[in-house]
Design a protein around this ligand. Structure first.
Ligand SMILES: [Zn+2]
Length: 286
């Protein structure tokens, strides 16, 4: 009966009820602290994120849009491309709308191409916030689409180059599905990168912290991904700031690599000590 009486009263004072409901809803929804960043859920961040990182606009070019565009091309072109072993892997930064990265590679290099995808989609988000912030403006000014011609090696022996014009056929001309603007393009020779010692003292010192076995292999794979990512960032930096001297661009990309790798090592060592602790406590129970 009390419920019915209540219902009757609610019916008699709809405007007051509406106002009370509004206050309640506002009190429940109103945040009591700054929102957490979307970029990595707050993991591995040294400082509070800037608000620009919190509000992530829609991607300028979506992976689905690019896939639909590639599938819409004439069948004979797609077959020729497929039989020739050409493949495209797409990678989006989780915390920003641009650039969408297209890793153009040969079928034989698919596994390594996926390492680069992982670097963009995961290792970037796990890098310390300070290193990501150093690229904030650069990535904001980047082309919406960046194509990487991902190769084993380069004749000239370089790790990579940026291209003045886009050579990868499907992306050579601006298209609505690709954001309507010209794309950017570079190449990376991953076998060159594998044999590159970016920071001799740091790399060797870190190498010795992992005993041989799966942890050392994981570390070496992470190091390669961070090297690939730092080269990508380095070349995008050249693309958007063509007047900036090489020394300053290089310093920024090496700082990113050094700090992101140090973060990986810290996390890996922390998880190692947790594993040891757990195995000790298991022994104690037995
Ligand atoms: Zn350079």
């Amino acid at each position: 009966m009390a419920g019915l009486a209540g219902s009757a009263q609610i019916g008699q004072f709809p405007s007051l009820l509406g106002r009370v409901q509004g206050w309640l809803a506002e009190a429940l929804i109103r945040p009591t602290h700054r929102p957490q960043p979307v970029l990595d859920g707050g993991r591995n961040c040294d400082q509070q994120p800037s608000l620009s990182n919190v509000m992530v606009p829609e991607p300028a070019v979506t992976p689905d849009g690019v896939k639909a565009y590639l599938a819409s091309r004439p069948r004979y072109i797609r077959w020729r491309e497929w039989l020739g072993g050409r493949r495209y892997a797409l990678a989006a930064f989780t915390d920003r709308p641009r650039p969408l990265v297209v890793v153009a590679h040969s079928r034989a290099d698919s596994e390594k191409a996926l390492e680069l995808v992982r670097a963009v989609e995961r290792d970037w988000a796990e890098a310390p916030q300070g290193c990501r912030e150093a690229y904030e403006e650069i990535l904001r000014s980047s082309p919406k689409l960046v194509v990487i011609q991902f190769r084993r090696t380069n004749i000239c022996g370089c790790l990579g180059h940026r291209h003045v014009i886009v050579k990868e056929p499907p992306f050579a001309e601006p298209h609505d599905a690709l954001g309507g603007d010209p794309a950017g393009e570079l190449d990376i020779a991953y076998r060159r990168v594998e044999s590159w010692v970016a920071l001799p003292l740091t790399d060797i010192a870190l190498d010795t912290q992992f005993a041989a076995g799966s942890r050392l292999r994981d570390f070496q794979a992470a190091r390669l991904r961070l090297q690939l990512l730092s080269i990508l960032l380095h070349e995008i930096n050249h693309m958007v700031r063509s007047q900036e001297p090489e020394t300053s661009i290089r310093e920024r990309s090496l700082a990113f690599y050094r700090d992101a790798l140090a973060r990986y090592v810290d996390n890996a060592k922390a998880s190692l000590s947790l594993t040891i602790d757990r195995s000790f406590s298991r022994f104690e129970q037995d």
